[in-house]
Design a protein around this ligand. Structure first.
Ligand code: PEP
Ligand code: MG
Length: 884
């Protein structure tokens, strides 16, 4: 049991806010803090988050010790406001509100006007000049309490309200008289009795216990669980409950309620942004029951709206409010999102929190606040969530545009794209060649889809996860991609895409949102990215604080150029097998794989050499002396073997083999577990001629490019020191040959990927042969967890829901398990070779949480897809600042 079951705020209560948001919830901590600095906050108390776990441990019951304490909390409020809970003459009413460590807007429950019953309502009525007010509060309370605590459908009450309004010829709730509202209360109580078989609870303390329990209960509501999943909020955090004296915005024409941002959350502009309603309670504004009005005159005029702004209607209170916004911003040094109520001309603040904002607004606010002297540049760097930069780097959907969502898959590569559905790569290339925007829709993609993927504006697949081929390639290209959209199927015969019972023809227009995984029918308007101005300023500050280097995973000239444009300091992974995607090259790779003997392989490799050399030379030129890590061939066979008849025929023609022989060879080479099969260094060891060709291409290209090029050659999928030693000897022999032929040398390094648990454990020996380690966390995750990266999408969602892994371990590193291996490998590798260069090049290299982990392990660089380079730069700066 925690020491303190409730923490009062207001009056002379010692401010509890230093206990922090983890304990008090964001709302509770900020209320305590505001009360502490003398802002007008109705007094109350916070029941801290650990009680939420106790509530669940007790099977959904409030601990008795807490129940006993509630009276003490109420006494604190009563003393400050001079009212009494349950009093027949001067009743105190309270609000009971949820509040987790981070705000989860609208996801959990709240009960207002608690403490009203058939007796206290009369007391409330006797103290108010407005005869409607007490009965309006009571009918609102019965409806809210019945919905939140008793689980009754709120439509039951809304229907009764509508009938009453019709009866009385009233168009608004505010047109109903006190007598009407009193009659409505009677009807509401009858609804409760009829539906539940029990009277609406009259005991205020019983009401309070019920509401506190219901707020805890709402932590596990369906919508809260979904919100937590989408925002990576652990279930274990729980919510706090704030119980606070009610203030009333519905006490007549001098009362009001509203919400406001101290700056514009969409643009970041420094102006008050918000809405209010006269004679209303908070839920009226939030729920959109009545249309609220603007706060400021300028906003009202800009929108050409009718209805008075608060600035016009209540100028004195508005001025006071504006002054409080200044104080809050100065105190919190950030844009605040505030809820306020005006009760008969007196202003009260009910909540403040850091205002949620768009990426563009986040950058503008951070830069403006540095200029205003509110924060330092390092703090500005910490203010911007790296993940939101994604919104800025790709065209995004106009948030104001309507969306007709027809399917949802994994948000595999961000950005938005609209175009005609095409069902194969040839059609994609052909239609794109005619200037049409197309979306390539496939069950899954294979290497020869590369041209189609490139030609397409976006990619949609039925199968595959976040690290599937389609996702990795699409991210690399900056193409929006939605993968693993399980609900879709493709009928190649009819040339249709089926989603549930609906069918869409090839050529119909769809829009993908690669940031949310949504697929929409028709074209949705987009807005273009902006990379200068505030973005450039913030990235400049980030780079000053960053320790780790940021490289890109890139192997095409276009990717390399994008990487440089986004500030990459080198290439951390050039996947050479990706350089063979595309119809004219893949056929030679296939010929090589299918060759029954060395001479066949050498013939195919001869054909590949010039293309490889030219590609490497181009990369070296674009990277202008920045380090480039080239990985030797690592083709999981299932991704490269021909599967369709037409592809086999192509290989037959290129090799001069009979089609039957090709078919037989494909069958022979079939592997049950290609990810654990004949790939990586296993291929290089069994067919050293591959290493020879690739090493030759690298050295010849480097000599040709000249000018400070120092290639780093990387050996994939090593498990033992001996494997690396063998491949290394071939590379070194080839280097000596090429240098002798050309009469020139260049410096180079040979290193390895650490992507198998054995390699991590035996890193001490492996480091004897390695100039660097690069953690291939895609395979390291796959092999440590024993979860196939191609098949994980089907069940990982359920795993995350069940709290088995906090996030998809292929997206954000499993720091406890895979991370421990990385830590071990780093320590053992550096134990053998002091200063051994360490990097990460799995997809995790672009994930902010993983980057933070890499900083703690002292890695030298992270490498990620070019489009994530700015995110990685910012995340690496934040990681360094957090560590400092
Ligand atoms: C990895 O396994 O993390 C890696 C970068 O290699 P690939 O994704 O190409 O297997
Ligand atoms: Mg790998």
């Amino acid at each position: 049991m925690p020491d303190r079951l409730l923490l009062p705020f207001g009056g002379s209560a010692p401010s509890a806010h230093q206990l922090g948001k983890a304990h008090l919830g964001g709302k509770g901590a900020n209320l305590a803090e505001m009360a502490g600095i003398g802002l007008p906050v109705p007094p109350g108390f916070v029941i801290p988050t650990p009680l939420c776990a106790l509530y669940y441990d007790a099977g959904g019951r409030l601990p008795d010790a807490l129940k006993a304490k509630l009276a003490e909390g109420l006494a604190h409020i009563e003393a400050l406001v001079g009212m009494e809970f349950g009093s027949a003459t001067n009743p105190l009413l309270v609000s009971v509100r949820s509040g987790a460590r981070v705000s989860m807007p609208g996801m959990m429950d709240t009960v207002l006007n608690l403490g009203l019953n058939d007796v206290t309502v009369e007391g409330l009525a006797s103290r108010s000049a407005n005869p409607r007010f007490a009965w309006d509060s009571y009918r609102r309370f019965i409806q809210m309490y019945s919905d939140v605590v008793l689980g009754l459908d709120h439509y039951l009450f809304e229907d009764a309200l509508e009938i009453m309004k019709d009866d009385r010829g009233a168009s608004l709730d505010t047109d109903l008289t006190a007598e009407d509202l009193k009659a409505l209360v009677g009807q509401y109580q009858a609804i409760v009795l009829k539906t539940r078989g029990e009277e609406f609870p009259q005991d205020p303390l019983e009401q309070l216990e019920g509401a506190v329990a219901a707020v805890f209960g709402s932590w596990r509501s369906e919508r809260a669980a979904v919100y937590r999943r989408l925002n990576d909020i652990p279930e274990s955090w729980g919510t706090a409950v704030t119980v606070q004296a009610m203030v009333f915005g519905n006490m007549g024409e001098t009362s009001a309620t509203g919400v406001a941002f101290t700056r514009d959350p969409a643009t970041g502009d420094r102006r008050i942004y918000g809405e209010y309603l006269i004679n209303a309670q908070g839920e009226d504004v939030v729920a959109g029951i009545r249309t609220p009005h603007y706060l400021t005159l300028s906003a009202r005029e800009a929108a050409g709206a009718r209805g008075q702004s608060m600035e016009e209607a209540m100028p004195a209170v508005f001025a006071e409010l504006a002054e409080m916004f200044e104080r809050l911003e100065t105190h919190y040094r950030d844009c605040q999102d505030i809820e306020f109520t005006v009760q008969e001309g007196k202003l009260w603040l009910l909540q403040t929190r850091s205002g949620k904002r768009t990426a563009k607004a986040a950058l503008k606010m951070a830069c403006d606040m540095v200029d205003e002297g509110l924060i330092e540049a390092d703090e500005a760097v910490l203010r911007v969530d790296p993940a939101v930069l994604d919104q800025l780097l790709h065209p995004t959907l106009d948030p104001a545009a309507p969306r007709d969502i027809i399917a949802v898959g994994l948000p595999a590569s961000p950005g938005a794209a609209s175009g005609a559905i095409v069902l194969d790569s040839e059609t994609a290339a052909e239609r794109a060649g005619r200037g049409e925007d197309v979306i390539l829709v496939r069950v899954e993609t294979s290497p020869e889809d590369i041209a189609g993927m490139h030609a397409a504006r976006g990619i949609l697949t039925a199968r595959g996860g976040m690290t599937s081929h389609a996702a990795v390639v699409a991210r690399g290209m900056g193409r929006p991609c939605v993968s693993g959209a399980g609900g879709i199927s493709i009928d190649m015969e009819a040339r249709t895409l089926k989603i549930g019972s609906k069918s869409f023809r090839e050529g119909e227009i769809v829009t993908l949102d690669g940031a949310s995984g949504e697929v929409m029918l028709g074209r949705v308007a987009t807005v273009e990215p902006e990379l200068s101005g505030d973005f450039a300023r913030l990235m400049g500050w980030a780079d000053q604080h960053r320790r780790m280097k940021v490289r890109a995973n890139a192997e095409t000239p276009e990717d390399c150029r994008t990487a440089v444009r986004f500030g990459a300091e080198g290439v951390g992974l050039a996947r050479t097998e990706h350089m063979f995607f595309g119809a004219e090259r893949i056929v030679h790779v296939r010929a090589m794989i299918l060759s029954a003997d060395e001479s066949g392989r050498r013939a195919a490799l001869e054909k590949l050499l010039p293309a490889q050399r030219a590609d490497f030379a181009e990369i070296f030129r674009i990277m202008e002396g920045r380090p480039v890590t080239i990985r030797l061939l690592d083709p999981p066979l299932h991704e490269f073997l021909p599967s369709r008849e037409a592809e086999m025929a192509e290989v037959a023609e290129a090799t001069g083999l009979a089609l039957g022989a090709v078919r037989r060879r494909v069958a022979e080479l079939h592997e049950s577990n290609p990810m654990l099969g004949h790939r990586g260094c296993r291929l290089l060891i069994t067919f050293p001629e591959i290493t020879e060709m690739q090493a030759r291409a690298i050295f010849e290209a480097a000599l040709e490019a000249g000018g400070g090029v120092e290639p780093e050659i990387m050996v994939p999928l090593v498990a033992t020191a001996r494997e690396l030693e063998l491949v290394k000897s071939v590379i070194e022999r080839t280097a000596a040959e090429v240098f002798a032929e050309k009469g020139k040398t260049i410096p180079y390094t040979i290193g390895t990927m650490i992507e198998l648990p054995r390699a991590a454990l035996r890193a001490g020996e492996i480091a004897e042969h390695a100039g660097f380690f690069s953690f291939g966390t895609n395979d390291l995750t796959q092999t440590t967890l024993g979860i196939s990266r191609d098949d994980a999408a089907r069940f990982l969602g359920a795993y995350v829901d069940a709290g088995i892994y906090p996030r998809d371990p292929f997206v954000s590193l499993d720091t406890d398990g895979v991370g421990e291996l990385i830590g071990l490998a780093a320590e053992r590798g550096r134990g053998t070779r002091a200063g051994l260069k360490l990097g990460i090049c799995g997809e995790h290299g672009g994930d902010p949480a993983t980057i933070q982990f890499c900083e703690t392990q002292g890695l030298d660089y992270v490498s990620c897809s070019p489009w994530r380079v700015p995110i990685a730069r910012l995340a690496a700066a934040q990681a360094a600042l957090h560590k400092a």
